[in-house]
Design a protein around this ligand. Structure first.
Ligand code: NAG
Length: 295
Protein backbone atom coordinates (compact mmCIF):
# COMPACT_ATOMS: atom_id res chain seq x y z
CA UNK A 1 0.00 0.00 0.00
CA UNK A 2 2.92 2.45 -0.43
CA UNK A 3 0.68 5.51 -0.58
CA UNK A 4 1.16 8.13 2.09
CA UNK A 5 -1.05 11.11 2.55
CA UNK A 6 0.36 14.49 1.64
CA UNK A 7 0.63 15.83 5.23
CA UNK A 8 2.60 12.70 6.28
CA UNK A 9 4.96 13.10 3.36
CA UNK A 10 5.54 16.70 4.33
CA UNK A 11 6.18 15.71 7.91
CA UNK A 12 8.74 13.13 6.78
CA UNK A 13 10.47 15.71 4.64
CA UNK A 14 10.68 18.07 7.60
CA UNK A 15 12.10 15.31 9.82
CA UNK A 16 14.69 14.37 7.22
CA UNK A 17 15.71 17.96 6.81
CA UNK A 18 16.00 18.38 10.58
CA UNK A 19 18.19 15.27 10.84
CA UNK A 20 20.37 16.65 8.09
CA UNK A 21 20.71 20.02 9.75
CA UNK A 22 21.64 18.31 13.02
CA UNK A 23 24.44 16.41 11.31
CA UNK A 24 25.94 19.65 9.98
CA UNK A 25 29.01 20.81 11.85
CA UNK A 26 28.33 23.23 14.67
CA UNK A 27 29.74 26.64 13.77
CA UNK A 28 30.24 28.91 16.72
CA UNK A 29 30.25 32.01 14.54
CA UNK A 30 26.76 31.23 13.34
CA UNK A 31 25.40 30.88 16.85
CA UNK A 32 23.72 34.12 17.93
CA UNK A 33 23.87 32.96 21.55
CA UNK A 34 27.67 33.20 21.56
CA UNK A 35 29.35 36.48 22.51
CA UNK A 36 30.28 38.61 19.51
CA UNK A 37 34.04 38.44 20.13
CA UNK A 38 33.96 34.64 20.25
CA UNK A 39 31.97 34.53 17.01
CA UNK A 40 34.46 36.82 15.29
CA UNK A 41 37.45 34.81 16.53
CA UNK A 42 35.86 31.55 15.43
CA UNK A 43 35.05 32.94 11.98
CA UNK A 44 38.52 34.42 11.45
CA UNK A 45 40.10 31.10 12.39
CA UNK A 46 38.10 29.31 9.71
CA UNK A 47 38.71 31.76 6.88
CA UNK A 48 41.20 31.04 4.10
CA UNK A 49 43.57 33.68 2.80
CA UNK A 50 41.39 34.04 -0.31
CA UNK A 51 38.32 34.58 1.83
CA UNK A 52 40.15 37.18 3.92
CA UNK A 53 41.24 39.11 0.85
CA UNK A 54 37.81 38.84 -0.75
CA UNK A 55 36.01 40.02 2.36
CA UNK A 56 38.22 43.09 2.50
CA UNK A 57 37.56 43.94 -1.13
CA UNK A 58 34.87 46.29 -2.37
CA UNK A 59 34.00 46.21 -6.06
CA UNK A 60 31.97 48.49 -8.29
CA UNK A 61 28.41 47.39 -8.96
CA UNK A 62 29.11 47.15 -12.72
CA UNK A 63 31.59 44.35 -12.03
CA UNK A 64 29.45 42.76 -9.35
CA UNK A 65 27.31 39.73 -10.08
CA UNK A 66 26.16 36.99 -7.72
CA UNK A 67 28.69 34.67 -9.43
CA UNK A 68 31.64 37.04 -8.98
CA UNK A 69 30.64 37.79 -5.39
CA UNK A 70 30.50 34.09 -4.66
CA UNK A 71 33.69 33.19 -6.53
CA UNK A 72 35.88 35.85 -4.90
CA UNK A 73 34.09 36.06 -1.52
CA UNK A 74 33.55 39.79 -2.11
CA UNK A 75 32.89 41.73 1.09
CA UNK A 76 31.08 44.76 -0.26
CA UNK A 77 29.84 46.59 -3.31
CA UNK A 78 29.97 50.28 -4.17
CA UNK A 79 27.97 52.35 -6.58
CA UNK A 80 30.72 54.67 -7.80
CA UNK A 81 29.88 58.27 -8.68
CA UNK A 82 26.72 58.24 -10.74
CA UNK A 83 26.71 54.48 -11.21
CA UNK A 84 23.25 52.96 -10.82
CA UNK A 85 21.16 50.03 -12.03
CA UNK A 86 19.28 52.30 -14.47
CA UNK A 87 18.91 56.01 -15.20
CA UNK A 88 16.66 57.50 -12.54
CA UNK A 89 16.24 54.08 -10.97
CA UNK A 90 13.53 53.87 -8.36
CA UNK A 91 14.24 52.74 -4.82
CA UNK A 92 12.60 49.45 -5.67
CA UNK A 93 15.12 48.89 -8.47
CA UNK A 94 18.00 49.49 -6.08
CA UNK A 95 16.57 47.12 -3.53
CA UNK A 96 16.17 44.43 -6.19
CA UNK A 97 19.79 44.87 -7.28
CA UNK A 98 21.10 44.69 -3.72
CA UNK A 99 19.04 41.60 -2.97
CA UNK A 100 20.62 39.89 -6.01
CA UNK A 101 24.09 40.58 -4.62
CA UNK A 102 22.98 39.36 -1.24
CA UNK A 103 21.99 36.04 -2.73
CA UNK A 104 25.54 35.68 -4.06
CA UNK A 105 27.11 36.65 -0.74
CA UNK A 106 24.91 34.34 1.31
CA UNK A 107 25.67 31.40 -0.99
CA UNK A 108 29.42 31.49 -0.25
CA UNK A 109 30.89 28.98 2.15
CA UNK A 110 30.93 31.69 4.82
CA UNK A 111 27.34 32.74 4.24
CA UNK A 112 28.08 36.31 5.27
CA UNK A 113 25.86 39.02 3.83
CA UNK A 114 27.53 41.92 2.06
CA UNK A 115 28.86 43.88 4.98
CA UNK A 116 29.05 47.37 3.69
CA UNK A 117 26.58 47.37 0.86
CA UNK A 118 25.97 50.20 -1.48
CA UNK A 119 27.42 53.63 -1.09
CA UNK A 120 24.42 55.88 -0.69
CA UNK A 121 26.25 59.16 -1.08
CA UNK A 122 24.32 60.12 -4.18
CA UNK A 123 21.06 60.22 -2.40
CA UNK A 124 19.84 56.69 -2.98
CA UNK A 125 19.13 56.48 0.69
CA UNK A 126 16.08 54.34 0.12
CA UNK A 127 18.44 51.47 -0.60
CA UNK A 128 18.58 50.96 3.13
CA UNK A 129 15.26 49.16 2.88
CA UNK A 130 17.34 46.22 1.72
CA UNK A 131 19.19 44.05 4.17
CA UNK A 132 22.52 45.83 3.81
CA UNK A 133 23.94 48.89 5.47
CA UNK A 134 24.21 51.59 2.92
CA UNK A 135 26.90 53.90 3.59
CA UNK A 136 27.02 57.63 3.63
CA UNK A 137 30.27 59.51 3.67
CA UNK A 138 30.88 62.79 5.39
CA UNK A 139 34.03 64.70 5.66
CA UNK A 140 35.58 65.30 9.00
CA UNK A 141 38.83 66.59 7.71
CA UNK A 142 39.90 70.13 8.38
CA UNK A 143 40.61 72.18 5.30
CA UNK A 144 43.66 74.32 6.00
CA UNK A 145 44.35 75.63 2.54
CA UNK A 146 41.50 76.79 0.30
CA UNK A 147 43.63 76.31 -2.83
CA UNK A 148 43.34 72.61 -2.28
CA UNK A 149 40.84 71.10 -4.67
CA UNK A 150 39.25 68.76 -2.22
CA UNK A 151 38.21 71.45 0.20
CA UNK A 152 34.70 70.80 -1.06
CA UNK A 153 35.01 67.57 0.89
CA UNK A 154 35.59 69.43 4.10
CA UNK A 155 33.17 71.39 6.25
CA UNK A 156 35.56 74.13 7.25
CA UNK A 157 39.10 75.32 7.82
CA UNK A 158 38.10 75.88 11.44
CA UNK A 159 38.39 72.57 13.21
CA UNK A 160 35.76 73.61 15.75
CA UNK A 161 33.18 73.83 12.97
CA UNK A 162 34.28 70.46 11.61
CA UNK A 163 33.94 69.07 15.14
CA UNK A 164 30.45 70.51 15.46
CA UNK A 165 29.48 68.96 12.13
CA UNK A 166 30.15 65.47 13.47
CA UNK A 167 26.57 65.82 14.71
CA UNK A 168 25.77 64.41 11.29
CA UNK A 169 26.81 61.04 12.60
CA UNK A 170 23.95 60.59 15.10
CA UNK A 171 21.73 62.04 12.38
CA UNK A 172 22.71 59.26 10.00
CA UNK A 173 23.19 56.40 12.44
CA UNK A 174 20.91 57.36 15.33
CA UNK A 175 21.71 58.72 18.80
CA UNK A 176 24.23 56.61 20.61
CA UNK A 177 23.00 55.39 24.03
CA UNK A 178 24.56 57.13 27.02
CA UNK A 179 26.55 54.14 28.28
CA UNK A 180 27.58 52.70 24.94
CA UNK A 181 31.14 51.41 24.80
CA UNK A 182 33.47 53.99 23.31
CA UNK A 183 34.74 53.18 19.86
CA UNK A 184 32.07 50.60 19.03
CA UNK A 185 30.04 51.48 15.92
CA UNK A 186 26.44 52.26 16.64
CA UNK A 187 23.54 52.07 14.18
CA UNK A 188 20.19 52.48 15.85
CA UNK A 189 17.93 50.82 13.30
CA UNK A 190 18.89 49.04 10.12
CA UNK A 191 15.59 49.98 8.49
CA UNK A 192 15.76 53.71 9.01
CA UNK A 193 19.42 54.58 9.53
CA UNK A 194 22.59 54.38 7.46
CA UNK A 195 26.22 53.85 8.31
CA UNK A 196 28.36 56.99 8.46
CA UNK A 197 31.99 57.40 7.45
CA UNK A 198 34.44 59.94 8.86
CA UNK A 199 37.07 60.87 6.31
CA UNK A 200 39.83 61.32 5.36
CA UNK A 201 42.17 60.06 8.05
CA UNK A 202 44.22 62.12 8.71
CA UNK A 203 45.57 65.54 7.80
CA UNK A 204 44.13 65.28 4.29
CA UNK A 205 43.63 69.01 3.85
CA UNK A 206 46.87 70.10 5.41
CA UNK A 207 49.14 69.30 2.49
CA UNK A 208 52.05 71.54 1.43
CA UNK A 209 50.99 74.33 -0.95
CA UNK A 210 47.55 72.76 -0.94
CA UNK A 211 48.64 70.16 -3.50
CA UNK A 212 45.99 67.46 -3.75
CA UNK A 213 46.94 64.15 -2.10
CA UNK A 214 50.37 65.49 -1.25
CA UNK A 215 52.31 65.61 1.99
CA UNK A 216 51.05 67.01 5.29
CA UNK A 217 54.15 68.03 7.18
CA UNK A 218 53.20 68.61 10.77
CA UNK A 219 54.39 67.58 14.22
CA UNK A 220 52.35 65.34 16.47
CA UNK A 221 51.11 68.22 18.60
CA UNK A 222 49.84 70.05 15.51
CA UNK A 223 48.18 66.90 14.25
CA UNK A 224 46.43 66.32 17.57
CA UNK A 225 45.26 69.89 17.95
CA UNK A 226 44.10 70.57 14.36
CA UNK A 227 43.34 67.43 12.37
CA UNK A 228 42.55 64.74 14.94
CA UNK A 229 39.75 66.22 17.11
CA UNK A 230 36.91 65.68 14.59
CA UNK A 231 37.90 62.01 14.31
CA UNK A 232 37.90 61.59 18.06
CA UNK A 233 34.42 63.18 18.19
CA UNK A 234 33.27 60.87 15.40
CA UNK A 235 34.50 57.81 17.28
CA UNK A 236 32.80 58.91 20.49
CA UNK A 237 29.57 59.32 18.50
CA UNK A 238 29.83 55.72 17.34
CA UNK A 239 30.85 56.27 13.72
CA UNK A 240 30.96 52.92 11.94
CA UNK A 241 33.68 53.55 9.37
CA UNK A 242 36.74 55.74 8.88
CA UNK A 243 38.27 56.27 5.45
CA UNK A 244 42.01 56.69 4.97
CA UNK A 245 43.42 59.75 3.17
CA UNK A 246 45.28 59.72 -0.16
CA UNK A 247 47.76 62.15 1.33
CA UNK A 248 50.95 61.40 3.20
CA UNK A 249 51.80 62.34 6.75
CA UNK A 250 55.29 63.77 6.93
CA UNK A 251 56.47 61.61 4.07
CA UNK A 252 54.50 58.43 4.81
CA UNK A 253 51.46 57.55 2.69
CA UNK A 254 48.43 57.26 4.94
CA UNK A 255 47.35 54.09 3.09
CA UNK A 256 50.62 52.48 4.18
CA UNK A 257 50.78 54.10 7.60
CA UNK A 258 50.31 51.20 9.97
CA UNK A 259 51.38 53.27 12.97
CA UNK A 260 48.51 55.70 12.42
CA UNK A 261 45.81 53.46 10.89
CA UNK A 262 46.23 50.59 13.33
CA UNK A 263 48.54 51.83 16.08
CA UNK A 264 46.78 55.12 16.69
CA UNK A 265 43.26 54.83 15.29
CA UNK A 266 42.49 51.26 16.30
CA UNK A 267 44.75 50.67 19.30
CA UNK A 268 45.08 54.08 20.92
CA UNK A 269 41.68 55.61 20.09
CA UNK A 270 40.08 52.15 20.33
CA UNK A 271 38.08 52.53 17.14
CA UNK A 272 36.31 49.20 16.58
CA UNK A 273 34.65 49.87 13.24
CA UNK A 274 35.89 49.47 9.68
CA UNK A 275 38.95 51.28 8.43
CA UNK A 276 38.53 51.56 4.69
CA UNK A 277 40.80 52.64 1.89
CA UNK A 278 39.79 55.40 -0.50
CA UNK A 279 39.02 54.71 -4.17
CA UNK A 280 42.10 52.88 -5.52
CA UNK A 281 44.01 54.08 -2.46
CA UNK A 282 45.81 50.75 -2.15
CA UNK A 283 46.92 50.93 -5.79
CA UNK A 284 48.57 54.28 -5.19
CA UNK A 285 50.79 53.09 -2.35
CA UNK A 286 53.46 52.17 -4.89
CA UNK A 287 55.29 54.68 -7.03
CA UNK A 288 54.43 54.64 -9.91
CA UNK A 289 50.91 53.60 -8.91
CA UNK A 290 49.72 50.12 -9.70
CA UNK A 291 47.85 50.28 -13.02
CA UNK A 292 44.22 49.66 -12.44
CA UNK A 293 41.82 49.92 -15.31
CA UNK A 294 38.26 50.77 -14.56
CA UNK A 295 35.69 50.18 -17.23
C1 NAG B 1 54.02 66.41 -3.63
O1 NAG B 1 54.05 67.14 -4.83
C2 NAG B 1 55.32 67.26 -5.42
C3 NAG B 1 55.22 68.22 -6.59
O2 NAG B 1 54.26 67.77 -7.52
C4 NAG B 1 55.84 65.88 -5.78
O3 NAG B 1 57.14 65.96 -6.35
C5 NAG B 1 55.86 65.00 -4.55
O4 NAG B 1 56.22 63.69 -4.90
C6 NAG B 1 54.51 64.98 -3.88
N1 NAG B 1 54.61 64.28 -2.61
C7 NAG B 1 53.74 63.34 -2.25
C8 NAG B 1 53.99 62.71 -0.94
O5 NAG B 1 52.79 63.01 -2.92
Amino acid sequence: MGKLSMPIKCLMAVCLWAAFAEAEEYMKYRDPKQPLNMRIKDLMRRMTLEENIGQMTQIERVQASPTIIKKYFIGSVISGAGSGPAPKASAEYWVKMVNEYQKGALSTRLGIPIIDGIDAIHGHSNVHKATVFPHNTWCHQVCRDPRWGHCYESFSEDHNIVRAMTEMIPGLQGDIPFHARKGVPFVANVNTKVVACAKHFVGDCGTVKGIDANDTIIDFHGLLSIHMPPFLDSIIKGVATVMVAYSSLTGKKMHANRDMDIGFLKNKLKFKGFVESDWKGIDSITNPPQLFLFS
